[in-house]
Structure formats: C-alpha cells, structure tokens
Write a protein that binds this ligand. Structure first.
Ligand SMILES: *Cc1c(COP(=O)(O)O)cnc(C)c1O
Length: 374
C-alpha cells in the first residue's frame, strides 16, 4: 500500500507536527469535552469565541462550521441575495466565490496586484465606477499578505459593505491594524493546515456590529431567535465543542507561530538569489503571516515536478484561477482591465514548504535544490 502524501514527504506535515507540539494539552482538552457531555454549543465554543475576539480586537465572534460557511453567513447577514453583485478576486480559494453564489448573488472578479497577489486597488475603483450598485466586496488577504487598506475606503466610497476573507491571514496586519477588524465582518477558517488549525473543520465570523453579530448567530442555527422558534430561514453551521477546545489550546501559540513563519520566509528570501524563482514581496507597512511562501517562476511546472521527485512538499495555490475552473468557465464576469495578472499568477506561482515546525535546515535544503535546478 502506498503511504499517504504526508508521510512520504521529507518534512513534517503541519497538522501532525502541530498536534505533537501540543499533544498533552490537546489530549486533555479532548478528554474534558468527552466527559462533559456537552458536545454542541457549550462552554468551549463560548470560551473560544471570547478568546478569539479578544486576540483579534473584534467585539463579536461567532463560531461556525467552516470558512466557506463563515463567508456565506456573513454575506447573508449583510442581506446579500438574488440580484445582488459581490466583488472579489479570481486568484483565491474557490470557497470565496462559491460563498457568493450560495447566497444566490453574482460574483464580479477583479484582477490582482502582481506584487502582493491581492486585489488591485485601481482596478477595484475602476470596476466599481463601471458597475454602480454592487452590494458588497470580499477582500481576500491571500497567502497571509493583507490587502491594501485603501481598498476598504474605495469599496465604502462606492457604497459597498466590506467582508474580509481572513482564512489565510490569522494575525496579519497593516500599519498595526489586525485583519478581521477592517470591514463590516470577517470570515476565518480553521481547516487543519491554516495558521490556526483545528483537527477537522471549523470557522468563525468576526464583527464589530452587534446587529450583524446577532444576525449571524441566528442564521447559523436554524434562524432561531430562541430555542425552536425560527425568526428567519437559517441553516446549521456550528463550530464543534471538540474543535473549539482544541483551538483554545492552539490560539495562544498563533503569534509565535506567525513569527517563526516570518523568520523562515526571510531565510528563503535571502537565499533566493541564484534560483529560477522570484521571492514574494511584502508591502511597506504590512505584517505578512506567510500562510504560504509563494514564489514565481517561468519554469514553475518543471520545478514542482523536480521538487516532488525529491520528496519536497511544494504545491500550487492555485493551478487555475476561479474563472478558469470548469464550474465557472465562461460564466463569471471579470472587472475592468480583465484578469491578465490573475492568469499570469496561476501559471507561475509555486508554494514552497513553510510552517512553524520546519527547521532552518529544511529551508536550506529546498534552496539548495532550487539552486541545483536553476
Ligand atoms: C480555506 C479557505 C476558505 C474556505 O475555508 P474552509 O474552512 O475550507 O471552508 C476560504 N477562503 C480562503 C482564502 C481559504 O484559504
């Protein structure tokens, strides 16, 4: 039998390494939940919601089932529905765009700034001028790099509500302002490989607005205002007690984990000179949390094959932009200026192994391989 990908690779797999690092506390947390008999919306979810809101600087946090639901519920709370248009990027996890269509709304996809891989502020402005009446924007802090903060102002000037997609950016900031507090609401994922990861699915919505918070809280549990009485048509998307208990163990380690990611990223960037790759840039004022360390290369496909041959777990995020995927092809609208930078990025990006439990030597090994493959 073939060993799973995670085991055949040369470096430790993040979810396993993270569990090993917190093993005793995670095991104790799981035992605590198992013997409590309180498995749904109990003290662990309540505790985590308070702790995650405090860590991010938001007034309200609602735990939900996953990051896609967090985006969907946040849009629903903003009143997004059929006939509405929501602006976002095509260079993102498909969940960003999927959440828009789950509401019955129409996505409008704007190109990225090739330097930061996040939404291009000028193209956003031009697109909103051309398409008046858009309802909301989802700003995606991709790879852990914060979106240019002026995008919030641009969206608001055109009358849009702002939802941040923070699924890859737990702890990122710009000018000291932590992401997740910039817009009307923010969506997080705790998928096991995210910077803050559970041992299964999990997500959260943050907001500073008490009414939006109450709306998400209703929508995520059958639309209930009180038990068994639905005020609105809702769904079931709850953060699990077990996952919340595990997240409470890992949350205090997030800042150190992000600092270690930055340290390893600096090591990569310093050594990228004699390779066929271009190191990622960090905008002035940005605190990047390197969910992914993404280089560009004209020889991307060959490099990926060679690295994987050497059992170095490199990957592509994402091989096709959302508008290029068959579920969306020919069906979703592009913003002003088209999606040229997005398509160039999809053809060139390569994510090198990076997480807090990697050693300096692992990074040096990847760099040595890239120099050899030059
Ligand atoms: C992971 C991710 C999501 C979706 O989160 P899930 O928990 O997998 O549903 C949404 N947006 C981005 C940018 C992501 O990386």
């Amino acid at each position: 039998m073939l060993a799973p990908f995670a085991v055949t690779m040369r470096f430790p797999f993040l979810p396993i390494a993270d569990y090993e690092a917190h093993r005793a506390a995670v095991d104790a947390a799981i035992q605590r939940v198992l013997t409590s008999g309180h498995y749904i919306l109990g003290p662990e979810v309540g505790g985590f919601e308070k702790e995650f809101a405090a860590a991010t600087g938001a007034a309200h946090c609602i735990g939900v089932g996953n990051g896609t639901d967090a985006l969907h519920l946040a849009l629903r709370a903003l009143g997004v529905g059929a006939g509405d248009t929501v602006v976002t990027v095509s260079h993102t996890a498909v969940a960003t765009v999927s959440a828009i269509e789950l509401c019955g709304a129409t996505p409008l996809l704007v190109d990225i700034d090739p330097r930061t891989f996040t939404i291009d502020p000028e193209k956003l402005d031009a697109t909103l001028q051309r398409h008046p009446g858009c309802k909301a924007a989802i700003l995606v802090h991709l790879y852990g790099h914060p979106v240019a903060p002026e995008c919030v102002e641009i969206a608001r000037r055109h009358g849009l509500k702002v939802l941040e997609d923070c699924a890859q950016a737990h702890g990122a900031a710009f000018g000291g302002r932590t992401v997740g507090t910039w817009g009307d609401l923010a969506a997080f994922s705790f998928y096991p490989t995210k910077n803050l990861g559970a041992i299964g699915d999990g997500g959260a919505v943050l907001t500073g607005d008490a009414e939006l918070a109450a709306s998400v809280r209703r929508l995520h549990q059958y639309g209930w205002e009180e038990r068994y009485i639905s005020k609105v048509q809702g769904l079931n998307s709850r953060l699990d007690e077990l996952q919340a208990a595990i997240l409470r163990v890992k949350l205090p380690a997030l800042a150190d984990g992000n600092a270690r990611r930055r340290e390893l990223a600096r090591r990569y960037t310093a050594g990228m000179g004699e390779t066929a790759c271009e190191a990622p840039r960090v905008a002035d004022g940005a605190t990047h949390v390197f969910h992914q360390y993404v280089v560009r290369s004209a020889r991307r496909d060959a490099l990926l094959a060679e690295l994987q041959q050497r059992r170095i777990p490199a990957a592509i995020h994402y091989p096709q932009a959302v508008h290029q995927q068959s579920a969306y092809l020919g069906r979703v609208q592009a913003g002003v200026g088209g999606l040229g930078e997005t398509e160039r990025a999809a053809a060139q990006v390569l994510s090198l192994p990076l997480h807090p439990h990697l050693t300096d030597a692992a990074v040096d090994e990847v760099l040595a391989a890239l120099r050899e493959l030059r």
